[in-house]
Design a protein around this ligand. Structure first.
Ligand code: IMP
Ligand code: MG
Length: 182
């Protein structure tokens, strides 16, 4: 993608699907659910980079239970809007998760391949417990069977950008979720 101006950049933002206020409300609720579920027990929030970095920043500030954070980089989209099909862990967690109640934070579940693989890898390490929270879920696109423990928003089969999600590495910094104009 090439941009000659800010207008050019903005032209790819088709429409806002989920506002920042709607995201904030759902994250406050998710924080309360996490607090209730873990009831004072310490947790490790695992951010799946890069798409979940904004989500992680908001979720970690919405919980009251003792909380550590960790980062893991999983890549499945390489260019534009087309999934390559294979999943690569390009950066692993530093923590030994066998001592933790682990909560995986993902930006979006699309085909399900990324999370299925990440979940398999982390459950093999025998954490005290393992939960998956996704900001967005596109169930109509599933190729492999995978369901998150909590999905904040279910969306139709549209390619979305913003709030951490990219198209060719752009648009992650938008404060809302928008449909990409292909
Ligand atoms: P999956 O492995 O097909 O479930 O894809 C998960 C990953 O693909 C997500 O973590 C995103 O990085 C990326 N992805 C899937 N759908 C979208 C989208 O609509 N916008 C931006 N990224 C997406
Ligand atoms: Mg991602």
């Amino acid at each position: 993608m090439e941009f000659k101006s800010c207008e050019d950049y903005r032209a790819n933002i088709k429409s806002i699907l989920i506002t920042k206020e709607e995201i904030d409300q759902k994250i406050a609720l998710a924080g309360k659910e996490i607090d209730k579920l873990y009831d004072g027990r310490p947790i490790l929030l695992v951010c799946i980079l890069k798409g979940s970095f904004v989500f992680m920043a908001d979720v970690c500030r919405a919980v009251s239970v003792p909380c550590e954070i960790g980062f893991m980089c999983a890549k499945s989209y390489f260019e534009g809007t087309v999934s390559s099909g294979n999943v690569q862990i390009t950066m692993d967690l530093q923590q030994d998760i066998s001592k933790y109640h682990v909560v995986i934070l993902e930006d979006i579940i699309d085909t399900g391949r990324t999370l299925k693989e990440v979940h398999r890898i982390l459950s093999e390490r025998a954490p005290l417990s393992l939960h998956v929270i996704t900001l967005l879920d596109k169930p109509s696109r599933r190729v492999v069977d995978f369901t998150a423990d909590l999905a904040l928003f279910t969306i139709p089969d549209k390619f979305v950008i913003g709030y951490g999600l990219d198209c060719a590495e752009y648009y992650r910094s938008l404060p809302y979720i928008a449909e990409f104009a292909e």
